[in-house]
Write a protein that binds this ligand. Sequence first.
Ligand code: NAP
Length: 322
Amino acid sequence: MKTAMITGITGQDGAYLAKFLLNKGYNIIGLVRNNSGINMKNLKYLDIDDKINFIKVDLLNLSNIVRIIEKNEIDEIYNLAAQSSVGLSFSHPIETLEFNIVSTAKLLEAIRNTNPKIKYYQASSSEMFGNVKKESLPINENFLLRPVSPYGISKAASHWITVNYREAHNLFAVCGICFNHESVLRNKNFVTKKIINTAVKINLGLADELRLGNIRVCRDWGYAPKYVEAMWLMLQQDNPDDYIISSGEVHSLEEFVVKVFEKLNLNVDKFVKIDESLYRPNDLEINYGDNSKAKNKLNWKYNMSFDQLIYKLVDDEIEFIK
Ligand code: NAP
């Protein structure tokens, strides 16, 4: 039986990954913050909160991480913990940069000093690429990183730290460069969750308007439970490498809103208000990814269309709110 250690286990991806690995027979160690109670909401929703060995740790404390790795026989580490919101990273740049970058370096340094055979997954992000010229899209693994937010900068730094430990110290360390992926477990401070949650509430008579910032931005949205499978596949290969994980489709946020409201038979113009105070200081206009390397080399199968994704998210949100 293999043992996987997951940082960020209480988040969207951490919860789905833990469920996926439990189904494969893994032992799961979930690292959680040592300065607050454990946020069990997502793990309870997936009914796995009692199947995980939780360990409280400060991921900025190297000796704490070293002690955990020395005490447990760990095969794989998935580093998903991060301040993961682009929007929040503008108001909290120092915390975002400090935690996201230093925790990655400390985890890799702990592996190097204790058990370099451990396989390591780093949660990289499409936000690392910044604004790419439309004619150059879709983005592949070889594109230049030119992030435009503190979050993107923190992920770019963590990405290169991971590549550096792979090349300089021969660690099996990989980066999954994920584009946006959604689910009913998406954190409330993400616009997609806000749209779906508010639309469902409007439908139930529990809300009367949806205020949004710039809805002209275009993104590549996928379904989170399928993305965690790609993370695992990356650690099952003979050689470590980095992969774009994306749906390969691109749509505007406006299309996203319209599709959600259509599904609920609601009139968009009546309920949606544009509020310029919600615009970000700097935003990516459009991005989408080329997932062919992941599909060909990992044999990762992703075939959910945009419409199917939206319908699934709306249906799940209705159940969730009930
Ligand atoms: P999420 O739902 O926001 O979860 C973030 C996790 O990180 C939570 O478990 C949170 O713990 C933990 N965390 C945050 N700050 C921490 C700190 N200072 N100390 C310890 N733990 C901390 O994020 P997600 O959507 O699952 O994403 C997982 C990873 O993939 C993140 O690194 C994210 O940046 C990256 N990523 C996500 C996407 C996407 O579309 N979802 C795309 C590209 C990359 P608490 O529960 O205690 O807050």
